[in-house]
Design a protein. Structure first.
Length: 364
């Protein structure tokens, strides 16, 4: 699963990427600092994994991950190829979700591509360019579908209704994600189009140090603006996160955070929000060789969860031994869980819960 960091040039995208991935993407005080997308595989913070490690004492621990992509900045006219528009839009189409960074701080020493700080305007610039690109996609698709529908093709006629609905929505400067589609129609006609404004979005309000815990009037405006979008908003002081990230000593980081009134790095909160945004959850395998967090979509069955480990596990699935995370922690180890009758044997129709500790039996 992949999430793309987007926004206007010079709003803190690459600095945020560096905080998340601990890599060193170039970040500087001028537009288009990022040209090629930077990609980082980032661990998802999960205290449950640390607890399981303390109980099992394995040889190694492997966390769940999300792929984060730092994409080139967007400007007005990107949908027509301005700036790095075509490249940007091609990169973002390949992601599963969008992390949209908005500048919500004043600093005369950091230039803004449009000369002033206005997150509402900035958001609308990005939204418009993405909507125009989707409109271009829909218009091309409509031309083909109209021809097919005229032959009497029933599916094409159904698709035509959906495409015209999307076209009208985009022409009203609204993103596709705000349309409430019938599930079957969505899967058949909308999902295959990979429309950019259909992707779930997390808005990151990049604030100054003084606003890290409280937010500010810019953040309040953004929250009000996106209240009807079914999107998430978090507040992050990206510059401070970068400073914290430079500290190697854990205790120094902790003291720094406490001085700011924070219980954890904002980047940890962002990663968990991104995981949620992608509709993902975690199950665990726990043994002496390794304790590992596995990433699956919410609603996955036991065989589908097994298939994440190896396709043969899904093909030859027989049953799963399942312990809830809370029971594992309560009874301290697998043997005591079994003795207490708290291990469940589940079949092919079992829907995996977040935090399940699982062992699969299979035959190939």
């Amino acid at each position: 699963m992949k999430a793309g960091i987007v926004g206007l040039p010079n709003v803190g995208k690459s600095t945020l990427f560096n905080c998340l991935s601990n890599s060193k993407a170039q970040s500087a005080n001028f537009p288009f600092c990022t040209i090629e997308p930077n990609i980082g595989v980032v661990n998802v913070p999960d205290n449950r994994l640390l607890t399981l490690e303390s109980l099992v004492n394995p040889e190694k621990v492997i966390p769940a991950t999300v792929e984060i992509v730092d994409i080139a900045g967007l400007v007005k006219g990107a949908s027509k190829g301005e700036g790095l528009g075509n490249q940007f839009l091609g990169n973002i189409r390949e992601t599963d979700a969008i992390i949209h960074v908005l500048r919500c701080f004043d600093n005369d020493n950091i230039v803004h591509v449009d000369g002033s700080v206005d997150p509402v305007r900035d958001k609308e610039i990005i939204d418009l360019e993405l909507q125009l690109k989707d409109l271009e996609t829909i218009t091309k698709k409509l031309e083909k579908t109209v021809r097919t529908a005229k032959t009497g093709n029933k599916e094409a006629q159904k698709e035509l209704i959906i495409l015209n609905q999307i076209k009208s929505h985009l022409e009203s400067f609204k993103s596709v994600r705000s349309i409430d589609f019938d599930k079957d129609n969505y899967l058949a006609f909308v999902s295959p189009l990979q429309l950019i404004t259909d992707k779930p979005v997390l808005y990151v309000c990049n604030v100054d140090e003084n606003s890290a815990t409280t937010g500010n009037h810019y953040v309040d405006t953004v929250k009000k603006l996106v209240s009807s979008e079914n999107a998430e908003v978090i507040t992050l002081a990206v510059g401070i996160e970068a400073d914290i990230n430079e500290l190697d000593d854990f205790e120094e980081r902790k003291i720094f955070l406490e001085d700011l009134g924070l219980s954890e790095p904002g980047s940890s909160k962002l990663l968990r929000s991104t995981y949620k945004l992608l509709n993902l959850q975690t199950y665990f395998t726990a043994g002496l060789k390794e304790v590992r967090a596995w990433t699956i979509p919410i609603g996955s069955t036991a065989p589908q969860a097994a298939g994440v480990i190896h396709t043969d596990f899904e093909k030859g699935f027989i049953r799963a031994e399942v312990i809830s995370y809370n029971n594992y922690v309560t009874y301290k180890n697998e043997l005591k869980v079994k003795e207490a009758g708290k291990m469940n044997i589940e079949g092919k129709n079992y829907i995996v819960n977040d935090g399940d500790v699982m062992h699969f039996l299979f035959n190939v």
